[in-house]
Design a protein around this ligand. Sequence first.
Ligand code: GLN
Length: 496
Amino acid sequence: MLWHNLYLSDTQNMHNKTLAEQSRALDIGDISSEELTRTYLDRICDLDSTYNSFITITDELAMNQARHADQRRADGTATPLTGIPLAQKDIFCTKGVKTSCGSKMLNNFIAPYESTVTQNFMDAGAVMLGKTNMDEFAMGSSNESSYFGVVRNPWNTEMIPGGSSGGAAACISAQLAAGATGTDTGGSIRQPASMCGITGIKPTYGRVSRWGMIAFASSLDQAGPMTRTAEDAAMMLNVMAGFDPKDSTCVNHDVPDYTANLNKPLNGLRIGLPKEYFATGLDSRVEAIIRNAIREYEKLGATISEISLPSSDLAVAAYYVIAPAEASSNLSRFDGVRFGHRCDAPQDLEDLYKRSRSEGFGEEVKRRILVGTYALSAGYYDAYYLKAQKIRRLIKNDYNRAFQEVDVIMGPTVPTPAFPIGDKIDDPVSMYLSDIYTIATNLAGLPGMTLPAGFADGLPVGLQLTGNYFEESRLLNIAHRFQMATDWHTKTPSDL
Ligand code: GLN
């Protein structure tokens, strides 16, 4: 009886466990994937009306995948993620399942094919719980631009969760999934991870295939895992990373086992703190948390030095030319003919284009299309787009210089903790400035990571790490050692 109770309580608490712990529990038969999947689906059903972190819940598919996974565990053909329930950002095409990208434009779109990322998870035997809410076409820093409504931060439901992968971050912090995919064009994995108190890594550009991931700004977009711990992120990245001939920008580099070096000691690690990141605009509470985290790294054997990234103040301006320019081109396919929402009873072709696009796209997407089209138009191309590309090179040069002196760059992820819903929605420039610390990483194509580092008035704050190209393993190791020495990543909103 006692044993039975213990077993039961353990099963019921499975949503508190990390992916690594769940994987071990499945391995030794403490729980089945069917039980684990059912636990999460029930939690989503009971709790997600508060957070709105899912657009689609794929319960039937999930239970089928779970049964299949249990079979694989029994057959001895399981991988570490076999039977683990995950949430997929609604930017990934999932065959036979609605793929909306947070937009009315794709509200009725059932993808006819599977993205490489989600296919990789299927091949590994992972279970898909559903598709997570996101800013429309991944444009946003607060998850307020989704056609499917704002996502609420589980730490305080009056607050935004960060964007654009806000659904993914919120569902993990509310323990509706232990892992989720995100995408990061200018910070959309790291920023919501910081604001929701979870861990996320944006890999080097080209490390993860973009095939079947709906394009926002193709030279910047990159997918990555969002989890509670660095160890879990490593497990997911093992499945996500790798060459894909279907994406011409995907790099043909060997994929290391990202879990292999997690425990490497940090003695002698050289950390650089960009002086530009600790200047005006940084909330003093955030600064104190980041400086505390740095002291923790000193205790772990790292040495700290100040560095300079002199072009970093140009990053937001350059990004908000390049990203809209690429978006205006990528989004031209949604014309009501080839893809996307079609208006009723068009009078002629022009009317069809105009009304379909006016009805299908939301405010922020339209703003980006206008800015991007303007920046690319004849006469303005040199002044804006070309200039922004030159700044991009300066930013990359800054990082190249810095990585001759240090192994990793650390700083805040976002200047402030999560802000109230509605606070910046009418002020796009102030919204764009919340990306100030994340955007340069994308412009340079470098890997970046965020991990929980403390709380400011009950709201989580994340430390950001930026590494050199293809140093995901190193970043995960640096994050993991911190998580072994601290317990910020174990906190959940239910501790409040
Ligand atoms: N906040 C940035 C934007 O709105 C980045 C979004 C992203 O990374 N997808 O463009």
